[in-house]
Structures are given as structure tokens and as C-alpha cells.
Design a protein around this ligand. Structure first.
Ligand SMILES: [Zn+2]
Length: 119
């Protein structure tokens, strides 16, 4: 299994060894991989795998990055950005209102969005 991260073509990459759907340890089937960047702009590679358990067979998405010169599975992706990486116009909503202490009030949108990420 090979993965390209940044300008490096890594060989012999270990596939994810557990399925994030059924949590059964297995050797998932490789489907797809493409070099890309994470939401913070870091070089990374996103790959799609299929669980080898016959009861599951679900697809999942993993992101690898280069850590100490080796490809490392960082996390599974659910399609959301990794955290509160909001585009600038949305971030600035925070600064629209101040509370009685003069602190910026977190906009309702950001609160709701963060709550829905955790749900
Ligand atoms: Zn599974």
C-alpha cells in the first residue's frame, strides 16, 4: 500500500487496523487514496477503505500525515472540518456584539454548529 503525502511517495503504509463503524479489528480493503491538504493546510492523504467484516462492509475515510518522516493515520473523517475552522466572514460574526464585560459574544451560528458537531 503506497500513499503520497506532499512530495513523498511512501511505500508499505499500514492500513487502518480497526473499523470506525463496527470497531472490529481487521485488514480493510483499500479503495481510493489521493494526496490533499487538511483543513489547516497541512499536506496529507485521504484514503477510503472498506471494512473486511462480512457483517459490516461499510466504507470509511482516513487521513494520513507525515509524522517524523513516516506516514501516520491521524484520524477518521466524518466529512466535517476537524474543529472550529470557520471561514473568515463567519468568524467575524463573533465580534459583532459585546456582552456587559466587553467580551465578544459567540454567535448563535457558531454555538449551534459546535453543538451539532458534538452530537
Ligand atoms: Zn466494520
Amino acid at each position: 500500500m503506497k500513499l503520497i503525502i506532499g512530495n513523498t511517495n511512501f511505500q508499505g503504509v499500514h492500513p487502518p487496523n480497526i473499523c470506525p463503524h463496527c470497531h472490529v479489528a481487521n485488514n480493510p480493503k483499500y479503495k481510493f487514496a489521493e494526496q490533499t491538504k487538511d483543513t489547516d493546510g497541512e499536506d496529507s492523504n485521504i484514503s477510503v477503505w472498506q471494512c473486511a467484516s462480512q457483517k459490516c462492509l461499510r466504507l470509511f475515510v482516513a487521513i494520513y500525515k507525515r509524522v517524523e518522516d513516516k506516514p501516520k493515520l491521524i484520524r477518521f473523517l466524518n466529512g466535517y472540518p476537524k474543529g472550529p475552522d470557520f471561514p473568515k466572514p463567519i468568524k467575524e460574526l463573533k465580534h459583532g456584539e459585546l456582552d456587559e464585560n466587553g467580551d465578544a459574544i459567540q454567535s448563535k451560528f457558531i454555538k449551534t454548529y459546535l453543538q451539532s458537531l458534538e452530537a
